[in-house]
Design a protein around this ligand. Structure first.
Ligand SMILES: Nc1ncnc2c1ncn2[C@@H]1O[C@H](COP(=O)(O)OP(=O)(O)OP(=O)(O)O)[C@@H](O)[C@H]1O
Ligand SMILES: [Mg+2]
Length: 339
């Protein structure tokens, strides 16, 4: 058995195989701090709420953070920002540890293989300490008894979406805190990069431009927004402007990084896209148009949108974990029957 884990700025998702079924479990990567009270105690008595109590303060973590925030009129906070652990949040590590423990549980056997995602170092913010983030997650998983292996988030997209093309092509994950990009050749990463912008950047800018709160912008975006040539409302227009701007920025970054990596010219490759930010209708078409106009050193054969944009990265980590596990099984010497 082997497991996969997608550690995202907004969502953490675990993937596991049970018989011939794949199980996905999900938690919000957020928490809220409230004061301990009788009301709080009642709400906390529900057995599945994840929380940490420290003197008179209680931290509610994961899926339930938003409910508690609404009842107690507080705002939620995030252990991660822009794809990695937030160094300004002192409690980030215990919070994320709690979420990960709940999601992956105990290993099925000691040293069970577990692939977890990490972003690439963002090209537009190279000071981001991706290594520290990676090692912290690794240490949480190791303490639980797993053998952790890190996989680049863009590579994970290639694993989940491009098996029919021998894991060759470009995978792009449009997340909340980051956009991750990987160009792969027969299952090996040739170029990985990221930009420190994603859905959060869109929400923040639209909120500043329109005066609506960030939460309102996010809710509208996730429920009602589609990318069309003629936006209907003020929020539609503002979201379209920042989506366009985000995609131009990402495509330029891809062009620069591909050129710097000196990948072979003249190839024709498929591009697979996923991540919550790639969900709106019209997104794939717009991205394809911008990619084709960018004068890249390779031809884009098609842009393929993942069926489940929130889950395909997690599914890719499971494909990678199972592939390594099978390799080990093949390598293991066959026991000779006792005579
Ligand atoms: N239907 C939707 N339409 C538009 N945006 C959406 C939709 N659903 C989710 N999102 C946005 O997608 C982002 C979350 O996506 P995802 O879960 O892929 O990110 P993440 O993996 O947590 O973050 P990252 O990979 O950047 O660390 C958020 O910005 C969220 O608002
Ligand atoms: Mg992600």
């Amino acid at each position: 058995m082997a497991k996969g884990l997608d550690v995202g700025t907004m969502n953490i998702i675990a993937a596991e195989r049970n018989g011939d079924k794949t199980t996905l479990t999900q938690q919000r990567n957020s928490y809220v701090e409230i004061e301990y009270s009788e009301v709080a105690e009642k709400m906390l008595s529900r057995s599945d709420v994840l929380y940490i109590r420290k003197d008179n303060q209680v931290y509610i973590v994961g899926e339930d953070a938003l409910n508690f925030a609404n009842v107690f009129n507080k705002t939620t906070r995030r252990p991660m920002q822009k794809g990695i652990l937030n160094r300004d949040e002192k409690s980030a590590i215990p919070m994320i540890r709690l979420i990960i423990e709940r999601l992956v549980g105990e290993p099925n056997h000691d040293g069970e293989l577990l692939y977890y995602t990490s972003p690439a170092r963002p090209a537009d913010d190279p000071r981001q300490d991706v290594l520290y983030h990676q090692k912290t997650i690794e240490s949480i998983l190791r303490k639980l008894g797993y053998t952790p292996r890190v996989i680049n988030e863009g590579m994970s997209v290639v694993y989940s979406e491009l098996p029919d093309n021998q894991f060759t092509g470009m995978g792009v994950s449009f997340g909340a805190g980051m956009t991750n990009i990987c160009l792969a050749h027969y299952g090996l990463p040739v170029m990985t990069t990221a930009v420190a912008r994603g859905g959060d950047w869109v929400d923040q800018n639209v909120s500043e431009a329109t005066g609506h709160t960030r939460d309102k912008v996010t809710a509208f975006k996730e429920r009602d927004f589609k990318l069309t040539e003629e936006p209907e409302s003020e929020l539609d227009s503002a979201l379209t402007i920042y989506y366009e701007n985000l995609l131009d920025y990402i495509v330029q970054s891809i062009r620069r990084e591909v050129e710097a990596a000196r990948v072979e010219e003249g190839m024709t490759i498929p591009v697979a896209i996923t991540g919550g930010t790639a969900s709106p209708k019209g997104f794939a078409k717009l991205f394809e148009r911008k990619l084709r106009a960018a004068n890249l050193p390779f031809e884009v054969s098609s842009v393929k949108a993942a069926k489940s944009p929130l889950y395909s990265v997690a599914l890719g980590t499971l494909v990678a974990a199972r592939a390594e596990e099978e390799e080990h099984l093949e390598e293991a010497p066959t026991p000779t029957p006792a005579s």
